[in-house]
Every structure is written in C-alpha cells, then in structure tokens.
Design a protein around this ligand. Sequence first.
Ligand SMILES: Cc1cc2nc3c(=O)[nH]c(=O)nc-3n(C[C@H](O)[C@H](O)[C@H](O)COP(=O)(O)O)c2cc1C
Length: 225
Amino acid sequence: MASNEPLDTLRESNSTQVNNGPRRPRILLAASGSVAAIKFGNLCNCFSDWADVRAVATQAALHFIDRTSLPKDLILYTDEHEWSTWSKIGDTVLHIELRRWADIMVIAPLSANTLGKIAGGLCDNLLTSIIRAWDYEKPIFVAPAMNTFMWTNPFTERHLMTVDELGITLIPPISKRLACGDYGTGAMAEPSLIFSTVRLFLESQPNAGNNNNNNHNNNSKNYSS
Ligand SMILES: Cc1cc2nc3c(=O)[nH]c(=O)nc-3n(C[C@H](O)[C@H](O)[C@H](O)COP(=O)(O)O)c2cc1C
C-alpha cells in the first residue's frame, strides 16, 4: 500500500474529542474464508445506509470477495494494511485502532478455521488480532458458514461453546443446498437477517444513540463523538 490513508482516517475518528451529539454506530464487518464471502458486498451495503462501516477480510476471504460489489467509500482492511501501516516504535497498530474505533464487530462469514482460532485465542492475522484485543463489553456477532460435514464435526460445538462463554452472539447457519452441492445445515444466514439482528439488538439497548459521551472508547450504548 502506497500511503497510510486508511489508518489516517481511522486515527482521526478515534481521536475526535468534539461532542457533536449522537453519531451513527460504528460497525466493523469482517469476512473469513468461506465461499459465503461472495455475499460480503451485499452485507456491507445492508449496513452502510444506517452505520459507519469499516471492513476486514482474511487472505482466504479475498478469494471470494468481489471488490466491485462493495460500497464505493468502504475501506477494506487486509493483513497487508496491518503490516504496511507500521514501520517503527510509536506508530499506531491497525488492529488496536480498529478495535478502538468499532462499537460492534460482525464476522460474516465465519469460517471453521477462524472459529477455531478465536476459540483457541490465536491471533495470526488482522481479523483474529482484533478479536484477541477486543473489549468484550462491546458486542460481537458471528455468522458461521461451512459445509455440513464441518458444521456437524465435534470441534464446531466445542468452539461455539467457548465463543459463547466470551459473550459472542451466534447468528446460526441455515439449511439449504450448499455451494458444494450437498444439502444440509451450514449456509450463512442471509445478509438481510444479519443486518436486522444487529440493528434490532442495538436499538433495543437502553440509551442507544442518545447518550453524550466524549470518551472515544465508547461502548455499545454510547454513540457520540
Ligand atoms: C473453494 C473453497 C471454499 C471453501 N469454503 C469454506 C466454507 O464455506 N467454510 C469454511 O469454513 N471453510 C471453507 N473453505 C476452507 C477455508 O477457506 C480455509 O480453511 C481457510 O484456511 C480459511 O482461512 P481464514 O479462516 O483465515 O479465512 C473453503 C476453501 C475453498 C478452497
């Protein structure tokens, strides 16, 4: 990446101290390497009219994401940004800035691999580093997507129990004919359902959107900057 522009705009919004009243929620959308990432553009578009959206994708997810389907002004952060925006001690670190910026994180699709890494506390890329640094006072939603054989594998239940203990909210997969041709459970919930689940959650929170707060480490109920 030639410039630090994606990090500069992030740093600017994180350091905003002026109280302009309620602001839009900041939603960090993340995609991991499931074929369902072909719907990531659709998901980002669902959220964009309502929230300030930033996006993160794993290297595997990039195989499936059609960048032309993303909202024009959306910044899609990748592992490349994580490393190219840092050069020396004192520079800000992207996964920390994103963790600070976001009010809510939504991982959709969540691959079996990233689910396992989150459950084990591993953090070898931008997405999992954000999760490893996450403030669990702020909500995270995950929408798994995988083949039925992966979904019914005993590891899935173990890993889901662990992420449930962390307070991460599951948006369960649905049953349908999967990309591989098999019929069964494992397809990602529709982007519109993911959007309405997150929005309903947020709007059902007491004081959502009407709390004045200058602290840039806002939790889910305070959307002022
Ligand atoms: C064509 C193709 C489709 C895949 N679909 C899925 C999927 O739907 N769900 C899943 O968990 N893994 C799927 N995988 C495997 C993941 O891409 C692989 O485990 C990868 O390491 C995930 O990396 P990530 O979790 O860092 O994104 C697929 C792989 C390929 C080649």
